[in-house]
Each structure stands twice: as C-alpha cells, then as structure tokens.
Design a protein. Structure first.
Length: 195
C-alpha cells in the first residue's frame, strides 16, 4: 500500500510539472571491461498549498502554477507533520547493469521489492522500487547494429543495444550474461522556508 501511495504522489507531481516545466533529468553511462551500467534520474518538486486533515487530502502546486489534489492513504506515516508551504520532491531512478558471466549458473530471473518508510514523527516520505536480476544466454551478436540478443529462462528473447562496440568484442553466441535492472522512486518533504 505504501508503494501505491508514493506512486500516486509521484505521478500527480510529475503530471503537474510536465505541462510547462520539465523535471530535472540526467543520464549516466559507466563502462568497464565486460560490463556496462546506464542510470537515469528524474526529479520534480511541488509546494503544498492546502491540507484537509479530515479527508487526508493535500493540494500541491508545481513550478508552472498548476495545482493538483491528492488523497494520502492511512499507510503513509506522519500525515500530521505536513504543513502548507512544505516542498514535496519526487526522485525517480532507473539503472541497468549488463555484465558478461560466462557459463556460470542456470538461467534465472529474480525480483525483489525495495521499500523504506519515514520514521514515526518525521516528515512523510519514503522509497519504493524493485530490483530484477536475470541470467540469460546470448543467442546472437550483431556487431554492425551493435546489438546482442538474449534468451531468458522462460524462452523469451530481448535485443539490447550496446553503445560501446568494444563491449561486444568479448561476447559471442552461447555466452551467459547477467543483467540487473533497478528502479526506485523516493518521495521527500522539506519544511517550508521561513519568510
């Protein structure tokens, strides 16, 4: 339920901010022999302009002036700590790591939830997300298109674009690779600044 609450807050803030204002976004790629990691982050901030404790609803105003209303569920701790003027920030992060892992272990896929709520008495917020790890077989390598085709444990295939041609030099059909995909979203509330 906390995941649904944080997701609702994130979607609402992103929707309010996307009409005329783009969220802060950055992409970073790190490469090492036999491994590449791509990480993307987006961040949006809005201000609380009204709070209705009886209905647990909050109105947020994005930097473009658009206002949206949200109902915050009971599973979100510390609702009573919210104040008009507080800044609500949503940060969304994705990361994909692909590394060569020749001939080790069976084909597999594992998924785990990531979650963390604010402590009792603190400003509301938290982090939700998931991590998916897969071990897959290389079924094709296309050096002209810089792609590698992977086959997972359920027989599904996926083509991945490999930006660095040097990464493909050590990869061949029949190799086994490990891919880790992580996505997480953090919602934080900062106190209103004194005037």
């Amino acid at each position: 339920m906390l995941r649904k609450t944080l997701l609702a807050v994130a979607v609402a803030i992103a929707a309010a901010g996307s009409v005329n204002a783009q969220p802060e976004a950055k992409v970073e790629v790190k490469r090492a022999p036999g491994q590449a990691t791509a990480t993307g982050t987006a961040k949006v901030t809005a201000k609380i302009v009204s709070i209705d404790p009886a209905t647990r609803s909050v109105s947020l105003k994005a930097s473009n002036g658009k206002t949206i209303a949200l109902v915050i569920g009971e599973e979100a701790r510390n609702f009573e700590q919210l104040k008009v003027g507080d800044a609500v920030t949503v940060e969304y992060k994705e990361a994909l790591t692909l590394s060569l892992k020749k001939g080790s272990g069976p084909l597999s896929i594992q998924e785990r939830e990531i979650s963390d709520r604010s402590a009792p008495g603190a400003k509301p917020g938290g982090t939700v997300g998931r991590e998916v790890k897969a071990v897959a077989d290389v079924v094709a390598v296309n050096t002209k298109a810089n792609t590698v085709t992977l086959k997972g444990p359920k027989g599904n295939t996926m083509d991945l674009v490999v930006d660095d041609p040097a990464q493909l030099k050590g990869v061949k059909k029949g190799d086994r690779v490990e891919a880790t995909y992580t996505e997480a979203m953090a919602v934080s509330v900062q106190p209103a600044t004194a005037k």
